[in-house]
Design a protein around this ligand. Structure first.
Ligand code: MG
Length: 163
């Protein structure tokens, strides 16, 4: 079994204006909009789940938690991440570190980044210094810049327990 494996994930969700909770990395950010989704719409956790699943070649989040299945309606994405981490554990891997980049024009989310890192670290079973979250705008370019959606890239390193 390989000692280290790396994975990469990407996700986009549409922004809807109105009453709702905008969730990123398990944290509700202050906003008058939210992400359209079958689950709670936490696009950052979805990208992170795909990165970790990718590291062990276990498919993607849509395979394990299909949007067509009513049991995932409104699902807390933190719970999905916990299940993904369990899948890694059952295959002999633990999370090493993760790195997430969130592209969002508005609201500004930089002040929520410390809370996001604190939210993810225990779910991943790592120290907070192994959880990187970065936020950027796209300088008003493209669908993110027009405020139509949020785009997230994530990478994750996993380590064999007995590697
Ligand atoms: Mg998603």
């Amino acid at each position: 079994m390989e000692t280290f494996r790396i994975g990469y994930g990407y996700d986009v969700h549409r922004i809807v204006h109105g009453e709702g909770r905008m969730m990123l990395c398990g944290v509700q950010v202050a906003s008058d909009a939210y992400f359209e989704a079958h689950s709670d719409g936490d696009v950052a956790i979805h990208a992170l789940c795909d990165a970790l699943l990718g590291a062990v070649a276990l498919g993607d989040i849509g395979l394990h938690f299909p949007p067509s299945d009513p049991q995932w309606k409104g699902a807390d994405s933190s719970g999905l991440l916990e299940q993904v981490v369990s899948m890694l554990h059952s295959r002999g891997y633990v999370v090493g570190n993760v790195d997430i980049t969130i592209a969002l024009q508005s609201p500004k989310i930089g002040s929520f980044v410390p809370a996001m890192r604190e939210s993810l670290a225990p779910l991943l079973g790592v120290d907070i210094d192994c959880v990187s979250v970065k936020a950027t705008t796209t300088e008003r370019l493209g669908f993110v810049g027009r405020g139509e959606g949020c785009e997230v890239w994530a990478s994750g390193l996993v380590r064999a327990v007995n590697g």
